[in-house]
Ligand binder design. Structure first.
Ligand code: ATP
Ligand code: MG
Ligand code: MG
Length: 550
């Protein structure tokens, strides 16, 4: 695991290094702090930081903060925490695009002086209609040929706050007839009064656009390879235009790759924001969310997420990745590392009638079947136990190998028991099983017969009550909102099931939030951040097998 596979971007970099184009590569991960990071961002993080590691270069963390009204410091902090948690370190190379506002302004003056930018008085709607369409060329703005002096004067007064929002923009003077709409005199600056920017406060009422800010920020940081998702392919000529027309120290190369799309979830920050804001989930770190914080709380490890990103690879073709792939990476990781425990999720009382009252035995159990270094633990055993309700059937379906009336089953790590009596309440509900144990079967099989089934159990006197949260996919369909429907109509109403009277073996008591276990025969579980010593709470990370869609 985690051996970086080759891909077309690695090959470009290898060729650039071989040709002596760069002494060292510099990449960057450029999130906009308008939400929490999701698994798609993880792909970009693993790619950018991973390439820097592979080739002995560096990777900057840069906040693309040109859209202040949707951004805030909570998002900045969560992004830093998530990148670190994923295992990457930007050292002292954390930057904000807003650090460059003064330089970006100076470059805009340079463009005006070169007659490559002008102040335009068209409003947003007029600007759109002048822009033309895919099949029709645009029309020149009536303000396109303003003199340099007039442009300089108006642009300085825009900065000084003399004009209201929307009254004027600064536009690049490129080509209104370009077949690429992005080159039809794109807007470089907008007026925005009254916003308090999380980094620059109220210093500016003039904000540069992403398309102008991004290439110049890359160039100022000496980025050699600027990796972005495919939807920016059409913006590349504008990216190149910006770095070629202002006096920046280097000319980074933009390379596009396809974004990660994952089945049964959504990844756009707008939609994720709606899920949180409209309380379809309990926050950005809800374990059903595809966010890094959600996956962490769900029990995913940073290694599994990195491994997943390697497995999906880096290409230029659109793709929809199966949820089963994400799940199998965490399952592989936890199978190797998670200590085994017994937990009964839906308890049914069992009384061993031939086992002495008041006696407690301490049974040694291995923490991992394949890894002896994880050691042994003591599991208390007594006359009264709990087993899972689903491990007993009064009228068993064909092939049922667990407990049935008159039948035998092995209690994992302990004795073989036989069900002698089924006790029901007035409603006919099964409330207890009375069983006998074969006390010769601890650590060895009976000689005269074969007992096939094995079930887990917890001592009733020693068990710890807990809440267990079972999660299912957040959406009912692979591509929510496909065909133009509101994606919210595809939300799975049964994505969370809470089992509030689960019983855990005592070794699970006091486990710290974030600790992962395999509950034998059930799945992998992690201690939730809501957990307390009095009321442990566990989240299902993933089942033992791939039951997706079954
Ligand atoms: P959204 O469109 O949901 O707002 P975004 O791409 O605008 O997402 P940013 O914060 O700007 O979000 O993204 C930071 C970086 O992560 C960008 O370089 C972007 O290309 C990359 N990225 C975002 N989503 C994905 C994805 N699904 N797969 C791969 N890379 C992604
Ligand atoms: Mg965005
Ligand atoms: Mg973006």
């Amino acid at each position: 695991v985690e051996t970086p596979r080759t891909n077309f971007i690695r090959q470009i970099i290898e060729a650039d290094l071989a040709a002596g184009k760069h002494a060292r590569i510099v990449t960057r991960f450029p999130p906009e702090p308008n939400g929490y990071l999701h698994i798609g961002h993880a792909k970009s993080i693993v790619l950018n930081f991973g390439l820097a590691q592979t080739f002995g270069g560096t990777c900057n963390l840069r906040f693309d903060d040109t859209n202040p009204h949707k951004e805030n410091v909570e998002f900045v902090d969560s992004i830093k925490a998530d990148v670190r948690w994923l295992g990457f370190d930007w050292g002292d190379r954390v930057y904000f695009a807003s650090d460059y506002f003064e330089q970006l302004y100076a470059f805009a003056i340079e463009l005006i002086e070169k007659r490559l930018a002008y102040v335009c008085d068209l409003n947003a709607e007029e600007t759109r209609s002048y822009r033309g369409t895919l099949t029709e060329p645009g029309r020149d703005s009536p303000y396109r040929d303003r003199t340099v002096e007039e442009n300089l004067d108006l642009f300085k007064r825009m900065r000084a706050g003399e004009f209201p929002d929307g009254a004027r923009t600064l536009r690049a003077r490129i080509d209104m007839a370009s077949p690429n709409i992005n080159l039809r005199d794109p807007v470089l600056y907008r007026i925005k009064h009254g916003v308090v920017h999380h980094q620059t406060g109220s210093a500016w009422c003039l904000y540069p656009t992403y398309d102008y800010t991004h290439p110049i920020s890359d160039a100022l940081e000496g980025i050699t390879h600027s990796l972005c998702t495919l939807e920016f392919e059409d913006h590349r000529p504008l990216y190149d235009w910006c770095v070629n027309n202002v006096s920046v120290p280097c000319k980074p190369r933009q390379i596009e790759f396809s974004r990660l799309n994952l089945e049964y979830t959504v990844m756009s920050k707008r939609r994720l924001t709606e899920l949180v804001g409209e309380r379809h989930v309990h926050g950005w770190d809800d374990p059903r969310m595809p966010t890094v914080a959600g996956l962490r709380r769900r029990g995913y490890t940073p290694g599994a997420i990195r491994d997943f990103c390697e497995r999906v690879g880096v290409t230029k073709s659109d793709n929809l990745v199966e949820m089963a792939l994400l799940e199998s990476t965490i399952r592989d990781d936890l199978d190797a590392t998670a200590p085994r425990r017994m937990a009964v999720l839906r308890p049914l009382k069992v009384v061993i009638t031939n086992y002495p009252e008041g006696r407690t035995e301490s049974i040694e159990a291995r923490n991992h079947p394949k890894d002896e270094t994880l050691g042994l633990r003591a599991v208390p055993f007594g006359r009264e136990l709990y087993i899972d309700r689903t491990d007993f059937e009064e009228i068993p379906p064909k092939g049922f190998k667990r407990l049935i009336p008159g039948g035998e089953v092995r209690l994992r790590n302990a004795y073989v028991i036989r069900c002698e009596e089924v006790v029901k309440d007035a409603d006919g509900e099964i409330v207890e099983l009375r069983v006998s144990a074969d006390l010769d079967t601890l650590g060895r099989n009976p000689e005269d017969r074969k007992v096939k089934g094995v079930i887990h159990w917890v001592s009733a006197d020693h068990g710890v009550r807990a809440e267990v949260r079972l999660y299912d996919r957040l959406f009912r369909v692979a591509v929510p909102g496909a065909g133009g429907a509101d994606f919210r109509t595809d939300i799975n109403p049964d994505s969370l099931q809470i089992l509030s009277d689960a019983v855990l073996e005592p070794a699970l008591q006091g486990a710290e939030a974030g600790t992962r276990f395999q509950f034998e025969r059930e799945g992998y579980f992690v201690v939730d951040t809501d957990s307390t010593p009095e009321r442990p709470v566990f989240n299902l990370t993933v089942g033992l097998r791939d039951t997706w869609g079954k």
